[in-house]
Design a protein around this ligand. Structure first.
Ligand code: NAD
Length: 247
């Protein structure tokens, strides 16, 4: 596909996992792509702006650099995120602020910096990465789930605010995906093989979602071919949220 020819895309968290796969997919479909991440992108062909999404100064500098170097910004993928474990009492205030700062305020910061450029685009689209944790009560994920619930609420509000400006805003809600993030969780488990089997078993499809499948979903939402799609959350979870195979 070359539906993104001539467009410029920015992916936060583009150095790993879903973000890295998205960088690859957007480039494959013709976009010039930049990663905004704390670490450098996997491929030297990608413009890598090193920035922490919790720093307004770093974000502004990164977005300005990308827009000037590429001559604008058409697509923004707000994907950088971090996890948190435990019930509602498990984390101190500082941890709540830290996680919300990355997962929620980070989206506001990057979008705020990119908005002037997106407004000038004829094909502007934003895709935020939420999670099935936002809409399914998962044990021991209180803070993380709250942050992703906020991502979905923010997606709808942004879609309404920027509709008249021609900026479409959507989100994806991934199920458990095969990325370095999940690998880190497995590495920390007492029995990594048993933990991996447990993750696969809770997926109706019997396997984890691949980063490439999520990247495909993100690129489709970002594509100008999806011109009527705004204010939606696309769930890509192997059936986790909606299917009950045993009943
Ligand atoms: P990952 O850890 O492989 O990649 C995350 C990337 O974000 C890393 O490159 C990291 O450096 C970057 N990042 C983190 N904090 C940052 C910050 N403050 N500033 C700049 N960059 C930062 O994780 P992933 O699995 O690819 O997850 C990507 C997104 O998908 C996250 O928002 C996550 O919540 C969401 N998600 C993941 C899963 C899953 O099972 N992997 C499921 C649902 C949702």
């Amino acid at each position: 596909m070359s539906d993104l020819n001539g467009l410029v895309a920015v992916v936060t968290g583009g150095a790993s996992g879903i973000g890295a796969a998205t960088v690859e997919e957007l480039a494959r479909r013709g976009a010039r792509v930049a990663s905004v991440d704390r670490t450098a992108p996997v491929s030297a062909d990608v413009l890598g702006a090193i920035a922490d999404v919790t720093s307004d100064e770093e974000v502004q500098r990164a977005i300005e650099r990308i827009a000037v170097e590429f001559g604008g910004i058409d697509i923004l993928v707000n994907n950088a995120g971090i996890g948190a474990a435990g019930d509602v009492g498990a984390n101190e205030d500082a941890e709540w602020h830290r996680v919300l700062d990355v997962n929620v305020v980070g989206i506001a910061r990057v979008t705020r910096a990119a908005l002037p450029w997106l407004r000038r685009s004829g094909s502007a689209a934003i895709v935020n990465t939420a999670s099935v944790a936002a809409t399914n009560g998962l044990p021991d994920r209180a803070l993380y789930s709250a942050s992703k619930g906020a991502v979905i609420a923010l997606t709808y509000a942004m879609a309404a605010d920027h509709l008249a400006e021609g900026i479409r805003v959507n989100a994806i809600a991934p199920g458990t995906a095969d990325t370095p993030w999940v690998q880190r969780l497995l590495d920390a488990a007492d029995d990594a093989d048993a933990a991996a089997e447990g993750l696969r078993k809770r997926q109706p499809l019997g396997r984890l979602v691949s980063a490439a499948e999520l990247a495909f979903a993100i690129a489709n939402l970002a594509s100008p071919l999806a011109g009527s799609t705004t204010g939606t959350v696309l769930t890509v979870d192997g059936g986790l949220s909606t299917l009950r195979l045993a009943w």
